[in-house]
Design a protein. Structure first.
Length: 347
C-alpha cells in the first residue's frame, strides 16, 4: 500500500559542518526538520568573543554552503518541492553568484511568492532513496548604517507614527496572527511594568525575551504558539522570534518573520570561523529607518552577521525546503543538515 506523506522542512534548524557520523534521526509525517545534527542548538557567539562584524571594513564577502540530505530506507517517489534558498539582492546584501545542485536530478521553475521571495519549484521524474539539495551562495554583506546600539530615541513612541500610505501597505504585518485570549497582553503588561522608565516598550520586550527565556532543543513540528513559549519560558530561535513578532504587533509595530543564516565571523582565539547556522529572527518596520533586524535569541539588532534569505508574515510561509514523497506507509527519512560560511576580504 502506498501512502502520500507530506514532509515539512522547518526553518531555523542550526547545524555545523562537517557532518558528525551517526548524528541522524527520523521525522514523522509532517515532521520537523529539527531532527538535524544538533536540533535547534542555540546559535551563540564563540567563547570570549563578540559576535559582530569586522569593524575595520564596511562589507564582508561570504560564501554560504547549505546542504540538506534526506535518506530513506526504500525507494520513494518525490512530489514537487518548494525551495526558498536564494535571497533577494538589495543595497545591504549583493548576490554575487548562486548555484543549486539537486540529487536526483530535478526540473526547476522559478517564481516569486506572494512576499516577493524567490522560490524554486523542483519536480522529479525518477525514484530514489536519497534526496540531496545543496545551495551555494556568494554574497557581499554590507554593515548597517544604523548605530551598533539601537537608540531608544528612534522608537520612543508607544504607537509608531506610520503614514497613512505606510499603514495600508504594512497592514498584514500589523495584525497579530494568534489569538491569545488576553494572555499575551497580561505578559506584556508585566514586562513593561518591570522595565526601566527610560526603556522604549519594544526594547523592553526584546530584552525580556533574550534574558528571561531559555533556549530549548525541540523535535516537534512547526513553531510554538507564543502563549506556549510564555508558559514554558523557553523556545527555539524561531519560537523566540515569533513571540517577539506577535508582541511587537500588539505594540503597534509592523513585524515579519525572517529565515536565513547566522555567521559567527570570529572563532575562538580571534581566528576566522567557517561556522554557520540556519537561523530565524524578526524584522520590525521603524519609522524613518525602515525594516530593522531584531534577533531576540542573540540580542542582535541590525547586525551584518544575520544573512536573510526569506521573509513572511507567519513562520509556516518561510520554510527553506518543503515537499512531499510517496512511499510505503510509515516510511520516514534520516535527515542531515550542514551549513558552512566562509569569509574573505572584500575587493
Amino acid at each position: 500500500m502506498l501512502l502520500s506523506l507530506v514532509q515539512r522542512h522547518e526553518p531555523a534548524v542550526p547545524a555545523i559542518v562537517p557532518l558528525i557520523p551517526g548524528a541522524m534521526s527520523t521525522h514523522p509525517v509532517n515532521g520537523n526538520a529539527a531532527q538535524a545534527l544538533t536540533p535547534d542548538s542555540r546559535p551563540t557567539r564563540s567563547a570570549g568573543t563578540a559576535l559582530s562584524a569586522d569593524t575595520t571594513r564596511h562589507s564582508m564577502d561570504l560564501t554560504v554552503r547549505h546542504a540538506t540530505t534526506y535518506q530513506y530506507p526504500t525507494m520513494v517517489d518525490f512530489g514537487p518541492h518548494r525551495l526558498m534558498l536564494r535571497p533577494r539582492d538589495s543595497f545591504d546584501m549583493r548576490i554575487l553568484d548562486t548555484s543549486l545542485q539537486i540529487t536526483p536530478a530535478a526540473h526547476l521553475e522559478w517564481i516569486h511568492d506572494v512576499y516577493g521571495n524567490p522560490v524554486a519549484i523542483a519536480t522529479f521524474s525518477q525514484m530514489s532513496d536519497r534526496l540531496e539539495v545543496v545551495s551555494k551562495l556568494v554574497l557581499r554583506r554590507y554593515a548597517s548604517t544604523l548605530p551598533n546600539t539601537y537608540s531608544n530615541s528612534r522608537q520612543s513612541h508607544f504607537t509608531p507614527r506610520y503614514t497613512d500610505g505606510e499603514r495600508i501597505v504594512l497592514q498584514p504585518y500589523l495584525s497579530p496572527a494568534t489569538d491569545d485570549d488576553g494572555r499575551m497582553a497580561e505578559w506584556m503588561a508585566a514586562v513593561l511594568a518591570q522595565a526601566p522608565a527610560e526603556s522604549a516598550p519594544l526594547t523592553a520586550v526584546f530584552n525580556a525575551i533574550h534574558t528571561g527565556f531559555g533556549y530549548s532543543v525541540r523535535y516537534e513540528e512547526g513553531t510554538q504558539d507564543p502563549i506556549t513559549t510564555i508558559a514554558v519560558k523557553a523556545g527555539s530561535c524561531r519560537d523566540l522570534a515569533w513571540l517577539f513578532i506577535e508582541a511587537a504587533r500588539r505594540l503597534g509595530y509592523a513585524a515579519r518573520f525572517i529565515t536565513g543564516y547566522l555567521h559567527d565571523s570570529v572563532g575562538p582565539g580571534g581566528v576566522r570561523s567557517t561556522v554557520g547556522f540556519t537561523h530565524a529572527w524578526a524584522e520590525v518596520f521603524i519609522p524613518g529607518d525602515g525594516w530593522v533586524e531584531f534577533d531576540p535569541t542573540n540580542a542582535l539588532v541590525a547586525d551584518p552577521n544575520l544573512i536573510r534569505v526569506a521573509m513572511a508574515r507567519v513562520p509556516g510561509d518561510a520554510s527553506p525546503i518543503s515537499g512531499s514523497f510517496v512511499g510505503p506507509a510509515g516510511t520516514s527519512a534520516a535527515l542531515f543538515v550542514g551549513v558552512e560560511i566562509s569569509a574573505a576580504e572584500s575587493t
